[in-house]
Design a binder for this molecule. Structure first.
Ligand code: ADP
Ligand code: MG
Length: 734
């Protein structure tokens, strides 16, 4: 008997097992059985030999007339050529593999049902590698019931690779299925729950997904297996969440007349209702003795920074320290400037002119070194620095905080449990800091439940008042070159009117190795435009009357900082930069409210959410913004449609939905490879909303009754495997 955890080598033998392991990474019977059919082909009604048509799928009842093996050129194997007849007409069958096995079966005189696609070879009709069953011995008649059964059955079609065709996997699965024993302990869903939710058993599902008799059976099986994926994932997430929420944290109670109160008094604008509300929620949560784990989502420009900053100030008021982690040094530098500006003299305690009820705000990134670094580190350790802004370097290196109360992670949606665990060491005792993760990628609820099921989620729904609209145009640089010319003129006008302009290109260019990782190059196209090539062309041409600066990821952080500072200063400043030619380093978070125009070159090379993020850099002030998507993409191409769709709306939620529809589901959960325990094979988190919710509710109920899952060993095992995988991934990354 074969079990789910039997090794494929033992069951199929070394050669087949090796093939499956190399092509798909499968090692066990379960791995193989999780190779689900991509679709099912129906054999269909019987066709007469005389009415066979080239290219059609057909099933014929015929008698073997002859079978002969012929050597194949240059190969050691031989081909089997079979002729079958219905008494009047004939058709050829060809087998290129296992010809002697087929020859033993296809003896002249036996009858069989043969199914396959009709092809033409040297003027004769042919079925290559047909599926068949033998239905009668020589001289006997075929039973009509057999014909009916064969014609009606569904043939699973499996995903193939160049080394392993669909039929080969089908054979392996068929063999495994014939030997397989599945016990009720193998089921991740307890029997009572199966009954309650009207689900078929796992055993039934595996049988019906691979060997269905009807489409209905295949559908039921699919539903059950999808449910399992959702159920296991939700169990992982809910357990993680439950475990984490039981960890200890220091309560950071709000004070009434501290730093936060002074800060609020000096705010240059009125907070939106959403900002106020979420602020209150955060104050409440950090005042608890268990750590906060919250995700704050809000579209680009919705004003998340200020929400986070107020929570940080509350934490400082309560005697702790707060850290703000940004994904890039550019963004960290900008956050420092923004925070210092907003806080004014409250950020320079101990310096000349510093306010004594304030605190110190320090920047810590990988490129701050030497004495400056020692100084910052000392201030973090002795607690003088209430707020530390920086890159992830802050938590990864041996930075010692006096009392880290709150960690804010900006523009990142994957700040997992492992990273949060790494924070444990930063707070005194076993205590964990409170954590707030912020993302500008709005995500549909079920995706959120699946991806961030272990975080609480809140959303900033409205934009601050007085925001001006952005108009977006798709500019066809080849079909309508005049439009691009006008675009450059418009850029010059924006500068003349005192505003800044971004120009974005996909690539850095230049001599050094190309490291622009995000690009999805399609090979037939010319290389994408490069910043280092575009910038001189523009400053020597259409933009010769304005000051052009360049920004990209290969510059040092001092250079980057200097460029950003000068761009921020803009047309009115003596050393200002008017037009910034940049890669996507400006994609997230960069905030220059006075910039009003963006021209994205080769816009078709960017994804939906990237375009949305980039465009979010403009329209942040009171002046309306204009954005141009410049492309050579052809009419009716998916790229053009994508650009038109993004141009048509600035609603981040709508675009997120569009993005998810375009991207493959797998990417939603990060780049998980197939064969991994945590990969979703059937579940589509965007479409299978109800199933995800059903699974989540069922899971909540289950872990309430049996947190350790002791009654459901299969689920316990599945969860453990995913957690171990996550652990390994985490260790590999660090
Ligand atoms: P994001 O959510 O994309 O991170 P930011 O926090 O960078 O957005 O805020 C975008 C801009 O809006 C900043 O210039 C910020 O100062 C400004 N802002 C934030 N809240 C308000 C508000 N309530 N009223 C007016 N402007 C605001
Ligand atoms: Mg931001």
């Amino acid at each position: 008997m074969v079990h789910l955890n039997s090794s494929l080598i033992d069951v199929l033998g070394g050669r087949s097992a090796k093939l499956l392991s190399t092509a798909f990474g499968y090692e066990t019977v379960e791995d193989l059985l999780r190779h689900y059919p991509r679709r099912y082909a129906k054999r269909g009604e019987l066709t007469d030999l005389k009415s066979l048509r080239i290219g059609e799928h057909a099933t014929v009842l015929a008698e073997v007339a002859s079978a002969k093996e012929a050597p194949m050129k240059g190969r050691r194997t031989s081909r089997l050529e079979v002729v079958v007849t219905d008494g009047k007409k004939t058709i050829d069958l060809a087998f290129f593999a296992m010809s002697s096995m087929h020859k033993k079966r296809l003896i002249p005189g036996v009858q069989g049902l043969f199914a396959g696609k009709v092809q033409e070879y040297r003027g004769r009709k042919q079925l290559i590698h047909p599926e068949y069953i033998l239905t009668a011995q020589q001289g006997e008649e075929t039973d009509p019931d057999v014909i009916e059964m064969f014609a009606k059955a569904l043939i699973p079609v499996y995903p193939a690779t160049s080394t392993v065709p669909s039929w080969r996997t089908a054979k392996a699965i068929k063999f495994v299925m014939s030997q397989l024993e599945i016990k009720s302990e193998d089921d991740v869903v307890p029997e009572s729950m199966q009954k309650d939710l009207d689900l078929i058993s796992f055993k039934q599902a595996i049988t019906w997904i691979h060997e269905p008799e009807t489409f209905e059976q295949a559908g039921l099986a699919m539903n059950r297996l999808k449910f399992d994926e959702a159920f296991i994932l939700q169990t992982v997430l809910l357990q993680r969440r439950a475990k984490e929420s039981q960890l200890p944290a220091t309560a950071r109670k709000k004070v009434t007349d501290g730093l936060l109160t002074s800060f609020d008094k000096n705010l240059p604008f009125e907070l939106t209702d959403g900002q106020k509300q979420i602020g209150e929620d955060l104050f409440k949560e950090i005042a608890q003795t268990n750590p906060m784990h919250r995700l704050l989502q809000g579209d680009v420009g919705s004003g998340k920074t200020i929400v986070a900053l107020r929570a940080m100030l509350a934490a400082v008021d309560a005697g702790g320290q707060a850290a703000l982690l940004a994904p890039t040094e550019v963004l960290a530098g900008q956050h420092l400037r923004t925070i210092k500006k907003l806080m004014g003299d409250l950020s320079t305690k101990g310096e000349l002119g510093g306010n004594e009820i304030g605190t110190r705000v320090e920047l810590l990134t990988g490129s701050i070194t030497g004495a400056a670094r020692s100084n910052v580190l000392a201030n973090i350790t002795n607690g003088e620095a209430g707020i530390v802004v920086g890159t992830h370097a802050i938590i990864q290196e041996g930075v010692k905080f006096k009392d880290l109360a709150l960690v804010v992670v900006d523009e990142q949606h994957r700040f997992g449990v492992e990273q949060r665990a790494a924070l444990a060491a930063k707070s005194p005792g076993d205590k964990r800091p409170h954590v707030l993760v912020m993302t500008a990628t709005p995500i549909p609820r079920t995706v959120a439940m699946t991806v961030f099921g272990d975080l609480d989620i809140c959303s900033l729904k409205e934009l601050p008042k007085g925001r001006s609209p952005i108009t977006t145009h798709v500019v066809l640089s080849i079909e309508k070159p005049g439009h691009l010319e006008r675009g450059w003129q418009r850029a010059v006008e924006e500068v003349k009117n005192g505003h800044q302009v971004y120009i974005v290109a996909p690539r850095i260019g230049g001599e050094a190795a190309e490291d622009d990782a995000d690009l999805e190059l399609e090979d037939e196209k010319r290389p994408p435009l490069a910043v280092l090539e575009v910038a001189p062309m523009l400053s020597g041409g259409p933009l010769k009357d304005v000051r052009v600066g360049v920004l990209h990821g290969r510059m040092s952080s001092e250079e980057k900082d200097d460029i950003m500072r000068r761009f921020n200063a803009g047309p009115s400043a003596k050393d200002g930069i008017d037009v910034l030619v940049s890669t996507t380093v400006i994609e997230v978070g960069v905030d220059v409210p006075n910039a009003t125009m963006m021209i994205i070159l080769d816009a078709d090379r960017f994804g939906v959410s990237q375009l949305h993020q980039l465009r979010g850099r403009i329209g942040r002030g009171s002046e309306p913004g204009i954005c141009l998507f410049v492309t050579e993409a052809l009419e009716d191409s998916p790229a053009r449609e994508r650009l038109a769709a993004v141009a048509a709306t600035t609603d981040g939620f709508e675009l997120a939905q569009l993005d998810l529809e375009i991207r493959r589901e797998g990417n939603v959960l990060g780049s998980r490879q197939s064969g991994k325990k945590s990969s979703l094979k059937l579940l589509q988190v965007v479409k299978d909303v109800e199933l995800v919710e059903l699974a989540r509710d069922a899971c909540k109920k289950l872990i309430e009754e049996d947190f350790t899952l002791s009654q459901v060993p299969a689920l316990q095992k599945a969860v453990l495997e995913i957690e171990q995988e996550a652990q390994t991934e985490f260790l590999e990354k660090n």
